[in-house]
Design a protein around this ligand. Structure first.
Ligand code: ZN
Length: 178
């Protein structure tokens, strides 16, 4: 992605402030979702496209999260627009699990975190932001990193930009054979 700017506005959901009742100057925060599914859009763009997809195989892909909880936050997901684990075919599931493992190995190599959170929120009620397209989170963790994330203030410190994370991880994903 060197030398090209990323315009993710058309792909990823955006957080926007709206005035809901102008007389009271009350602002509400809404998530504005663009046309179609963000992950399907990313799949169509593929690696080194204008999006954040960093690796794509026949059945699964890896995407750098636009809204990272920590540096190096990746998403691993099926190419197919599937919202339930039980709808995945065996071949999709095995490629996903393979990519999940490989992504962890790459994060380990590139960032040397002290630990990792791996998980999936299955369904809206479980906290999935985009429940209609399954995605696993890989979140690198460092000792004391919670100090950087004042959850109440919604202010997160990320020592690295998305572009930097992408550039750092891409060479390792380019070596990956599936
Ligand atoms: Zn989708």
């Amino acid at each position: 992605m060197s030398g090209k700017s990323i315009n993710l506005e058309d792909i990823w959901p955006q957080e926007r402030d709206f005035i809901s009742r102008p007389e009271r100057y009350k602002y509400v925060r809404k998530i504005v979702k663009p046309e179609g599914c963000v992950f399907c859009n990313e799949a169509n763009l593929g690696p080194k496209g204008k999006g954040l997809c960093i690796f794509k195989s026949q059945q699964a892909m890896v995407v750098v999260n636009k809204y990272p909880y920590n540096t190096g936050h990746l998403l691993v997901l099926p190419i197919r627009h599937v919202g339930h684990l039980w709808d995945l075919q065996e071949v999709e599931y095995s490629e996903l699990m393979f990519l999940l493992k490989k992504s962890v190995e790459i994060i380990e190599k590139v960032y040397q975190p002290h630990g990792l959170n791996l998980g999936m929120n299955h369904g809206k009620v479980a906290g999935a932001g985009i429940p209609e397209h399954l995605h696993w989170h890989i979140i690198p963790r460092w000792n004391g990193d919670t100090n950087f994330f004042p959850l109440i203030a919604e202010t997160k410190v990320h020592p690295e930009t998305l572009e930097q994370s992408y550039e750092k991880l891409l060479p390792e994903f380019e070596k990956l054979e599936i």
